[in-house]
Design a protein around this ligand. Structure first.
Ligand code: ADP
Length: 198
């Protein structure tokens, strides 16, 4: 049973890699961005509360995001492990996740951080904007999301670095090359985990 977090800047191919990792490990991928987008589309109360933040490229407030993740992690399908994509993004969310997992005697095993050059990321996102027509993929909002990511993420990754569970993977290049690097990094990280006496 593996509990992973995938963290990376907008445009680093997180969603694609998250689905691939989840399949490889036989666990569920939980993407807060996807859950938000589905709720915005169906105009649920959660979607209505979150839409203005998402469309402006702002973080949805922790009170809304944390409650949503708590509900998601209470579902049966995550009992055999999960891969979180896009959460936690703030130190407050890290604490909340720690508490939520601790209530069940659980903790995160591995945090994978995808790294990439900002210029390449902006280029990728602008291409995606043409393809997927996402409201938050305009040049200005992309830059804002990028700045927010770098501003907030260091605090989050530092916490996991201190715990010794952070692994960095270069996210530039072809999807399959990144998957290969992730595969190697995971083998090492999960291998080490298996050797750690409980
Ligand atoms: P990206 O990382 O490419 O910006 P995501 O699909 O992960 O895209 O998230 C899209 C949007 O959903 C974010 O810009 C934000 O508004 C909201 N969101 C997703 N995850 C979180 C989170 N953990 N905390 C706050 N807002 C979030």
């Amino acid at each position: 049973m593996t509990r992973l977090l995938l963290i990376g800047p907008p445009g680093a191919g997180k969603g694609t890699q998250a689905r691939w990792i989840a399949e490889k490990l036989g666990i569920v991928a939980v993407s807060t961005g996807d859950i938000f987008r589905q709720n915005v589309q169906s105009q649920s109360p959660l979607g209505l509360a979150a839409a203005s933040y998402i469309n402006a490229g702002e973080f949805v407030p922790d009170s809304i995001t944390n409650a949503m993740v708590r509900d998601r992690l209470a579902q049966q399908d995550v009992r055999h492990g999960f891969l979180l994509d896009g959460y936690p993004r703030t130190p407050g969310q890290v604490n909340f996740l720690d508490e939520t997992l601790a209530e069940r005697g659980l903790e995160l095993d591995v945090v994978l951080q995808l790294t990439a050059d900002t210029e390449e990321l902006v280029e990728r996102l602008l291409k995606r904007a043409n393809r997927e027509n996402r409201a938050d993929d305009t040049a200005e909002i992309i830059r804002h999301r990028m700045a927010l990511y770098f501003e907030q993420t260091t605090a989050v990754t530092d916490l996991y670095l201190e715990r010794g569970i952070l692994t960095k993977v270069e996210g530039a290049g072809a999807i399959s090359d990144v998957s290969d690097r992730i595969s190697v990094a995971l083998d090492v990280a999960l291998g080490l985990l298996a050797e750690t006496p409980c």
